[in-house]
Design a protein around this ligand. Structure first.
Ligand code: G3I
Length: 324
């Protein structure tokens, strides 16, 4: 029978993954065993989940994800160490000076990356540091430490997770605009410090049509490819890390076909780039998605529908992987 990850391995690439929140849906484990060889914790490893107050580490949810990966022999794409969001107020409003905030960062990375150093295949070390115009986003990290927070975070991750691949991860860098150039500068910055960065994650939260929340239609495949090449040409790996392709709901048969074509286009872009090691979708079923809550009136973005039925997107995604 067909399998997304087996098709990907046949093409000589490493993984097809999904974001995972562990819930009472046993069918998700069955689908993962069939179609995926990687998972990303949707929320369980974020700062607010793992260190809600200073030095108070809570690993129950993250441990469950790690155990799920181990028992199903999956790669684990760990997400995320240093981010401005889902960051508890004790960090974001703590008023720490430069040296103290770096110590706070080190304590967190030592505990979290250290705990999972043997199970994390990859870490999103820093997430979403860029504005849309490619400049650095205002955050407690940037405002306190300056751009050096990036190489510092990667150097700490390398120290505590020496065998894990270290990624920078962001959205809209896949669109081949000013933000893509920003991602390229981040890779160059980290490399200029002599610090290890192994890859760039292109989130790929896409829309299939003009929506109130999307700047414009998704670029054609050559632009997607060029965006990947812009960082890959610096000697790092690239991956699509959070794919979903939303639409104005309700879905129609016609829109689902358009969506299938976009899944194929995105997969084909990865396969066209030699350093593109894998692709992760941001959840399995339309039943659970961050989109309708965040963008009311939009959704139906995933590969499986509300009842865990394969959508046309499955066939499109698989065709893109197979290069048909
Ligand atoms: O933990 C509380 C829970 O106690 C409460 O009962 C529940 C009630 O709504 O809310 C829970 O928190 C929610 C959390 O997910 C866990 O379910 C938050 O409200 C909700 O905002 C949060 O959303 C997550 C979002 O990141 C937060 O930024 C989404 O699930 C998750 O899919 C999304 O993922 C991000 C990536 O990490 C980074 N890239 C963008 C992507 C999509 O936004």
């Amino acid at each position: 029978t067909e399998s997304l990850y087996k098709a990907m391995e046949k093409r000589g690439r490493s993984f097809i993954g999904t974001a995972l929140t562990i819930r009472n849906e046993t069918i998700e484990e069955t689908i993962i065993q069939q179609d995926f060889n990687s998972i990303t914790p949707e929320n369980a490893m974020k700062w607010e989940s793992t260190e809600p107050s200073q030095a108070n580490f809570t690993f129950d949810g993250a441990d469950q994800i790690a155990a799920f990966a181990t028992r199903n022999e999956l790669q684990l794409h760990c997400h995320t160490l240093v981010w401005h969001s889902q960051l508890p107020a004790w960090v974001s409003q703590g008023g720490f000076d430069n040296a103290t905030l770096i110590q706070v960062m080190e304590d967190h990375i030592a505990a979290v990356a250290g705990r999972y150093k043997d199970v994390c295949t990859r870490w999103d070390v820093v997430n979403e540091a860029l504005n849309e115009d490619g400049t650095y986003r205002e955050s407690v990290w940037y405002n306190t430490i300056g751009e050096a927070f990036l190489p510092i975070a990667f150097s700490l991750a390398a120290k505590y997770a020496p065998d894990t691949q270290l990624f920078y991860n962001d959205y809209n860098i896949d669109l081949n605009g000013a933000k893509t150039d920003g991602a390229r500068r981040i890779v160059e910055l980290i490399q200029s410090y002599g610090v290890r960065i192994d890859g760039v994650g292109y989130q790929a939260h896409f829309t299939q049509e003009a929506t109130p929340t999307a700047p414009g239609p998704l670029p054609e495949q050559p632009d997607l490819i060029e965006a990947l090449e812009k960082t890959a040409s610096l000697g790092v790996e690239v991956a699509y890390t959070e794919i979903d392709i939303r639409m104005n709901t309700p879905a129609t048969a016609e829109k689902l076909e358009v969506q299938a074509g976009i899944y194929e286009r995105v997969a084909g872009a990865c396969l066209a780039v030699e350093s593109c090691i894998g692709m992760t979708v941001w959840g399995i079923s339309d039943k659970y998605s961050w989109i309708p809550e965040t963008f009311p009136g939009e959704g139906a973005a995933n590969v499986w529908g509300e009842s865990y039925e394969k959508k046309p997107a499955y066939t499109g995604f698989l065709a893109g992987i197979n290069g048909e």
